[in-house]
Design a protein around this ligand. Structure first.
Ligand SMILES: *Cc1c(COP(=O)(O)O)cnc(C)c1O
Length: 386
């Protein structure tokens, strides 16, 4: 199998699993307990927190473990909006956020918050000027993703954060796609709250983190209960998950430069090769440094992405359309619509996302198979015939 859906999830590293294993049966103690078995868990969580903090060039006390990227997004946005609601009820986000942000914002709209969904340009970039124009007296929170999950566009978060701070506005970023893939330093990038997830960086599923700056650490809990995570996130800690996430962070820190180099070369190789082999294609998103190293998103005129994905799967290739599939059809991606594609175009695009083990041979084989599949789908498309 050729797995090219690493933006959806990654295969856990063997080293990560090895590090987790003792915490299922051997060291199963509750980290809040006083006896030695509990201390083993507590210590393991401390180590994981240090490793996660190191990847963000920050202090361990700024890191709060959660059940994943979605919970971190919900927590940051809901609780920051509520904390600041005496000052105002206007929130700013982009129109290309992950559903974990978009749908959280919509839930707040139902509670009476006023949300501006900023447009993006044809590459998927949020302009700093558009953020400046959207800021009002009553704006309390801006949430703009670090990098987009469908088209890989890297947003100017440092500048947006700076602007937010000039106006006393809290700044959250969904960094789930960028975390461990490109360097991030929340302090230097004016980030108050940052969401990340373990399973996108070769760690286990069901664990993530929220980074909170000193200013943002006043936000209240989303999950109420016991005093875990310094009274900020209740629930008995997922010790094996947190240990695995910590190991994944450590591996990510030590390999980030070589992975960025290698994956962007492979990405550009594929992006360059497809139009040479297959006519009538186009790239969605930005080129070069404004794009995540492992993200490729290409439109193929006169095909249906959904049919192509099924045929690719039959040849052992796992790819994605980038947007949610519902039975029998692919909803046109809100991200592709936001960059100006029409509904047909939004249904003819495929996303290929690389891992640190993807090879050039795998990409060559994928292009060969794509060429056949696209040719076949076009030959049965009356619009293409005409
Ligand atoms: C995957 C993803 C999420 C959700 O993270 P989970 O850990 O799966 O809940 C949120 N935002 C982005 C950009 C993502 O890619």
């Amino acid at each position: 199998m050729i797995y090219l859906d690493n933006a959806a999830t990654t295969q856990m590293k063997q080293e990560v699993l090895d590090e987790m294993m003792p915490y299922f049966r051997e060291y199963y103690g509750n980290a809040s307990a006083v006896y030695e078995l509990g201390n083993k868990s507590k210590y393991a969580i401390d180590v994981a927190r240090d490793r996660a903090a190191a990847l963000l060039h920050t202090k361990a006390e700024r890191i709060f473990f959660t059940s994943g990227g979605s919970e971190s997004d919900n927590w940051a946005i809901i609780k920051a909006a509520q904390m600041m609601s005496d000052k105002g009820r206007h929130l700013i986000t982009s129109s290309i956020e992950h559903p974990a942000v978009i749908n959280t914002m919509k839930a707040l709209q139902d509670e009476g918050f006023d949300v501006t969904f900023l447009p993006v340009d044809e590459k998927g970039l949020v302009s700093v000027d558009s953020v400046r124009d959207a800021i009002r007296e009553d704006t309390t929170l801006i949430s703009i993703m670090t990098a987009n999950n469908e088209i890989g566009t890297i947003e100017p978060v440092a500048e947006i954060g700076e602007l937010a701070h000039e106006h006393g506005i809290l700044f959250h970023t969904d960094a789930v796609q960028a975390f461990g893939q490109i360097p991030i330093n929340p302090d230097e990038m004016n980030i108050d709250m940052l969401s990340a997830s373990s399973h996108k960086i070769y760690g286990p599923k069901g664990v993530g983190l929220l980074y909170l700056s000193p200013k943002a650490s006043r936000i209240r809990s989303l999950i109420h209960g016991g005093g875990q995570e310094r009274n900020k996130r209740a629930g008995t800690e997922n010790v094996p998950g947190i240990v695995g996430f910590g190991k994944a962070c450590e591996l990510a820190s030590s390999t980030i430069n070589e992975r960025m180099q290698r994956e962007s070369e492979l990405r550009d190789y594929f992006i360059g090769k497809v139009p040479d082999e297959i006519p009538l294609t186009y790239l969605n998103g930005a080129e070069g440094r404004n794009r995540l190293p492992g993200n490729i998103n290409i439109g193929f005129r006169f095909i249906e992405a959904e049919s192509a994905l099924i045929l690719l799967d039959q040849k052992g290739i796992a790819a994605s359309s980038g947007s949610a599939c519902t039975a029998g059809s692919i909803d046109p991606s809100h991200v592709l619509l936001a960059i100006g594609r029409d509904e047909d175009e939004a249904r003819e695009s495929l996303r290929f996302t690389l891992s640190d083990t993807t090879t050039q041979e795998e990409l060559d084989r994928t292009v060969d198979i794509l060429k056949d599949i696209v040719g076949m789908l076009r030959s049965s498309n009356v619009l293409y015939q005409a």
